[in-house]
Design a protein around this ligand. Structure first.
Ligand SMILES: Cc1cc2nc3c(=O)[nH]c(=O)nc-3n(C[C@H](O)[C@H](O)[C@H](O)COP(=O)(O)O)c2cc1C
Length: 201
């Protein structure tokens, strides 16, 4: 059994995948923001977003969004978006040094690719891309964050991560970028699989 000490960490990001969220600005241009507070529940993805950012502003007005999931090789592109916001003027609540950037795709060196169903573009370099629409957008208990429930409408996958001839993502081929207490990691080797795995072995 592990013995413990009581600590008060400033953040609780215990190791979750990074996603890139595309939303639509008032002028029709796309905003792109990295986030890690995203998890799937059936066909719904739940997102936790700061109230002060441009992504939340956009989703309160226009429900279309794209969740693009980068692999570990894209961590530097993700990090180029870490200190910038699409919100102008930059909210005072943002950390010191935060800057406004209108062209987030250009800033990151990533390529927008037109979506089939929703208006915001996908990130072409990402191996998984979900077109989705926010079904519910509300404040969290602290009022500092938005909780967004997004219904996934279409999934695009790099053929290299799909088991040929099936709709299964191959966990041996696919690897997410992990945000582990604000440090970036990839996955280690497979340990095993749950009895409910449907992937052909
Ligand atoms: C790897 C990474 C993960 C992040 N995760 C989140 C998150 O889950 N929720 C959030 O609101 N902000 C998150 N951020 C911070 C936002 O990206 C940042 O607030 C950014 O300004 C949002 O852009 P926007 O204002 O244009 O929407 C994360 C940043 C990085 C680099």
């Amino acid at each position: 059994m592990t013995s413990t000490v009581a600590i008060r960490p400033s953040i609780l990001y215990f190791g979750t995948p990074v996603v890139l969220l595309t939303t639509e600005n008032d002028d029709g241009t796309p905003n792109l923001a990295p986030m890690s507070s995203a998890w799937a529940l059936g066909r719904t993805v739940v997102l936790g977003l700061g109230e002060d950012g441009q992504s939340g502003y956009n989703l309160r007005r226009r429900p279309d969004l794209v969740i693009s999931v980068p692999g570990p090789h894209l961590w530097r592109q993700v990090e180029r978006l870490a200190g910038v916001t699409g919100r102008f003027p930059v909210p005072e609540s943002k950390p010191a040094g935060f800057r406004f950037v209108a062209d987030k795709f250009g800033r990151a060196g990533l390529t927008p690719r037109e979506s089939d169903i929703v208006r915001p573009p996908r990130v072409a370099e990402c191996g998984l891309q979900f077109e989705a629409r926010a079904a519910r957008v509300g404040s969290d208990a602290t009022k500092d964050f938005l909780i967004v429930e997004a219904e996934v409408l279409k999934v695009h996958a790099d053929p290299a991560v799909v088991v040929p001839g099936t709709d299964h993502v191959d966990p041996e081929a696919w690897s997410p970028l992990i945000y582990n207490f604000r440090h970036y990691f990839g996955l280690g080797p497979e340990l095993g699989f749950t009895y409910r795995s449907e992937t052909p072995h």
